[in-house]
Design a protein around this ligand. Structure first.
Ligand code: THG
Length: 367
């Protein structure tokens, strides 16, 4: 593909200078912001992520801040996950649904205080929906996008690198919890989370001016750990079954179709706008669901559009993410498969740009 033409509509990030100096080779656009997709090569980045530690510019995971007496009420209106037990210092992966139960986003909710939340969004214009609900319901809450940009530190050596910059106390942060850590006089939320299954942290960099100082501090501290610039890695995230909003699911899908039923408590999520719709569809159960799929044979081409799946000449679903996995020496994929064919072990055919391929529905992802 040709280059992306920069303009004011395509936002740079507080880390873009570092990303460019590190030799970024490809970008995508996410929440109207640059998101790196490749540094050395997707395969080389993948091997390095699984072996060492990387620093990722994920500033495009924009925050929606809810602030005020109705913040918690508004947050519960957005999601079928019951938030009553959630404490300040916790992060929750939360499906966000509209009035039909369709997925609008799959962010991480960060509870800073009872009256102050961040929603760390995937790629959709969620701010407009949240502002409209706050206004339409006359809620006593401020909704805006603060100058907060996540920087992820991912990989098996992430703990060692982070301890050098923030102190040994980062080692005690539990999964999907965060603590406040000082960096050059600023208190930053540091969570144990991130868009890989290699372990690591996300730093919510509060103030763009802190971006490059923190970036540089991480690289200086980690030279002997072979720290490199990285980014969410296509191969690793498919192996790990991490879903991509807009690719693997859209507003046509319910959380249950997306396999996110474990993050829903629809019966007790009182106030959730999509609750009635979800309770109605939950009675029948989903008729299609996200599955791990192995595509047999040599490396598939890049998956830039949905590939139809067939069995006995009938369409039974689609593959939406696929790649060759060097570690598993097969093609790993994510697809939405109809009930009749979603059992583990079921053989299907996938229509790739270079022909029909045999494929098998898997019990679970490759992790
Ligand atoms: N971190 C933060 N914000 C984000 C992402 C992130 N915003 C955009 C995007 N990623 C949102 N999507 C996801 C998808 C998966 C996960 C997090 C955000 C994730 N899932 C784990 C899983 O499914 O196994 C763990 C979920 C859990 O157990 O709670 O981490 O990455 N800040």
């Amino acid at each position: 593909m040709a280059l992306i033409s920069p303009s004011r509509r395509l936002r740079r990030t507080p880390f873009s200078e570092g990303v460019e100096a590190a030799g970024v080779k490809g970008y995508t656009v996410y929440n109207r912001m640059l998101l790196p997709t490749v540094f050395e090569s997707i395969e080389a980045d993948y091997h390095h992520l699984k072996r060492a530690v990387q620093v990722w510019d994920v500033a495009c995971e924009r925050q929606i801040e809810l602030r005020g007496p109705d913040a918690a009420r508004l947050m519960q209106m957005l999601t079928p996950r019951d938030l009553r037990g959630m404490l300040p210092g916790q992060c929750y992966y939360v499906p966000i649904v509209d009035e039909t139960g369709g997925m609008l986003n799959d962010p991480v909710a960060v509870k800073l205080a009872e009256d102050r939340w961040w929603i760390s969004i995937a790629d959709s214009d969620l701010l407009l929906w949240v502002k409209a609900i706050a206004h339409g319901w006359r809620l006593d809450v401020l909704v805006d996008e603060p100058d907060v940009s996540p920087l992820a530190v991912q990989g098996p050596k992430a703990d060692d690198l982070m301890a050098r910059v923030f102190g040994d106390r980062v080692r005690d942060i539990r999964f999907f919890r965060f603590g406040m850590f000082n960096f050059e006089g600023r208190d930053l939320a540091v969570a144990r989370s991130g868009y890989s299954k290699q372990g690591g942290f996300e730093i919510y960099v509060d103030g763009s001016d802190m971006g490059m100082p923190l970036w540089n501090a991480l690289f200086s501290a980690g030279e002997d750990l072979d720290v490199r610039a990285g980014c969410p890695n296509l191969i690793e995230r498919i192996e790990s079954g991490l879903l991509s909003y807009g690719n693997d699911m859209t507003d046509d899908n319910t959380p249950h179709e997306c396999g996110l039923g474990r993050f829903c408590n629809t019966h007790t999520a009182i106030g959730c706008i999509g609750r009635d719709a979800l309770l109605r569809v939950a009675k029948e159960g989903p008729v299609q669901q996200i599955r791990a799929i192995e595509i047999v044979g040599d490396a598939v081409p890049p998956c830039h559009h949905a590939w139809n799946c067939f069995a006995g000449g009938k369409r039974v679903g689609q593959v939406t993410s696929a790649t060759w996995s060097p570690d598993f020496e097969t093609n790993v994929a994510i697809g939405m498969i109809r009930l009749s064919h979603w059992d583990a072990g079921t053989s299907i055919e996938v229509e790739t740009p270079d022909g029909m391929r045999r494929a098998t529905v898997q019990e679970k992802f490759w992790n």
